[in-house]
Design a protein around this ligand. Sequence first.
Ligand SMILES: Cc1cc2nc3c(=O)[nH]c(=O)nc-3n(C[C@H](O)[C@H](O)[C@H](O)COP(=O)(O)O)c2cc1C
Length: 400
Amino acid sequence: MQTLSNKKILLGITGGIAAYKSAELVRLLIKAGAEVRVVMTPSAQEFVQPLTYQALSGHRVYVDLFDAEADSAMDHIELARWCDLLLVAPASADFLGKMNAGYADNLLLTLCLAAKQSVAVAPAMNQQMWANPATQENVKQLAARQVIVWGPAEGEQACGDVGAGRMLEAAQLLDNVQRHFSPGRLEGVNLLLTAGPTREAIDPVRYISNRSSGKMGYAIAEAAMRQGASVTLVSGPVSLAAPAGARLISVESAQQMLDAVMQQASEADVFVACAAVSDYRVDQAAQQKIKKSDAAMSLKLVLNDDILATVSALERRPFCVGFAAETQDVEQYALAKMEQKNLDMIAANRVGDGSGFETDFNQLEVFWRAGRQTIEHAGKAEVAKQLIDLIAERYTASLA
Ligand SMILES: Cc1cc2nc3c(=O)[nH]c(=O)nc-3n(C[C@H](O)[C@H](O)[C@H](O)COP(=O)(O)O)c2cc1C
């Protein structure tokens, strides 16, 4: 979809290793319909040749403040006026410092000063450089002056370090640009979400768990972020990559999940309990591995606290959305659960028939106090998107 048609993006590239990623960003922005012009700092040209961006953007690349051949219609003031968004990606530590101090000794810095439209930066640097108080102070002050800061992400770095400082991936930056021009329905909303199974220890090597893959919860996290929510994902053990941009808190047992959720609940506007939390735990998990013997053995199970009911009973409670995975009488159980736990919404699914646990598909019957809606059988990403639309609609209505 041409989500950025008629949008003019001025992409500034500074001297960092991540400059190569911006070639992909140019491609994605153009594919989304944007018109892109590229400006490079002198250092940036040490990393990637302007020709690369020229070929991708279809326009000459602006590099020199004193370029005698510059078309007069596009001098530094005109370029700054031309764009709807000036995005500096990657933004080096050096550039952020100079930008904060108001320097204008290269074309890109001058444009940042001259731009009346939004300016966004995507920092990219070694984790130690990012953590340095000088950089942190620069970014804080830029943000206080309405400069939009996207990232950085955490992870492995070109220099071999691991930590915060990686530039966001091109696809994430594209997402951010799209959201900048059409803000999501959950912009500014803190969404707390649980996903995956829990594991209840029997002894140090054995546990009781269930078939939840976490796919539905992770898809909801993605869909919520697409609509602009800040997502905190409390996840049981799953083999899925953390959704980029979400704050991931990994837990194992139901008790750990409850503790993590309760620590975050006061900050949450919306709570979606998608995890398949074990109702019971083993009363006294053995400290040592239980040895096999000829005798039959039994485990005493005790009830776990109900995470959703605990959150929903809070004095200042978020908008609470539950899940009901049933194998029979789905509607009846779902409505009873909504009532008992005092929920705002419940999404019910029948497990089996190619839906629900361990599959890539789902279908939901969603209930709230005054209505219901069916989300037809589809891939979990699509189901999550429709569910988040519904949550956004009901949450907004609840504020009125
Ligand atoms: C190989 C190499 C990689 C570099 N990578 C980065 C980087 O990722 N982030 C950064 O802030 N600086 C990095 N630098 C340092 C900048 O290139 C340097 O501070 C430069 O002055 C930035 O200029 P500019 O901000 O005008 O583009 C790197 C330098 C070298 C030699």
